[in-house]
Design a binder for this molecule. Structure first.
Ligand SMILES: CC(C)(COP(=O)(O)OP(=O)(O)OC[C@H]1O[C@@H](n2cnc3c(N)ncnc32)[C@H](O)[C@@H]1OP(=O)(O)O)[C@@H](O)C(=O)NCCC(=O)NCCS
Length: 168
């Protein structure tokens, strides 16, 4: 296994998905669940390329729908690893909606997915570290560290909150 890999070695750049009528919600815009499932698959590809292991989604801690995508739009998706720890990896995704005819593009969604690499017996297993190269990659690497600290703190607080209720 490589000790470290750059984000470029595993990224998915400009994956294009055309919105068809079966992708719409009752409002007539792209259904969020369909987009989230698509992002989960693309982020999984990045995680498995980086780790060279089978990976599972551990959490999705931020999916921000900033604007709607419409029937006929092209979704353009970029996915890159931000940082890895022992067995887990944070993948950041950015989605733009492109009007197929005018070419006009707008940012509609950003998300962070955490994946865990598994060994043959299904146990978490070490992954290569991330070697950020560009200024943006270095910023995302640092930000991912802050998000992990917040994730761990939030999980602990929830645990303590639950324990404060008497169990049946
Ligand atoms: C994710 C999973 C493998 C973690 O297993 P676990 O026995 O709890 O593992 P550990 O407590 O030893 O933690 C292993 C790593 O997972 C990370 N992790 C565990 N739960 C997490 C969560 N909810 N969010 C983010 N990271 C998480 C830990 O931080 C740790 O990372 P590190 O090794 O980089 O420090 C396990 O909970 C699982 O299998 N969940 C179901 C996954 C699934 O079915 N996904 C949907 C289909 S793909």
């Amino acid at each position: 296994m490589k000790i470290s890999k750059t984000p470029k070695e595993s990224h998915v750049d400009d994956y294009v998905y055309k919105i068809f009528p079966n992708d719409l919600n009752s409002q007539g815009t792209a259904f969020g669940g369909t987009i989230t499932a698509l992002l989960d698959r693309i982020a999984l590809v990045v995680a498995e390329r980086h780790s060279a292991k089978v990976c599972v989604t551990a959490s999705i801690d931020a999916v921000h729908f900033l604007a709607a995508a419409k029937k006929g739009d092209n979704l353009i998706i970029q996915a890159k690893i931000n940082r890895s720890w022992t067995s887990s990896m944070e993948i950041g995704l950015r989605v733009k909606a492109e009007n197929a005819f005018s070419g006009e593009c707008h940012h509609i969604l950003s998300a962070y997915f955490t994946f865990v690499a598994l060994d043959e017996s299904g146990k978490p297993t070490p992954v290569p570290s991330v070697l950020p190269e560009t200024t943006d990659e270095k910023r995302r690497f640092e930000e991912a560290g802050h998000r992990r600290t917040r994730r761990i703190r939030a999980a602990k607080e929830q645990d303590e909150f639950r324990k404060s209720f008497p169990s049946k």
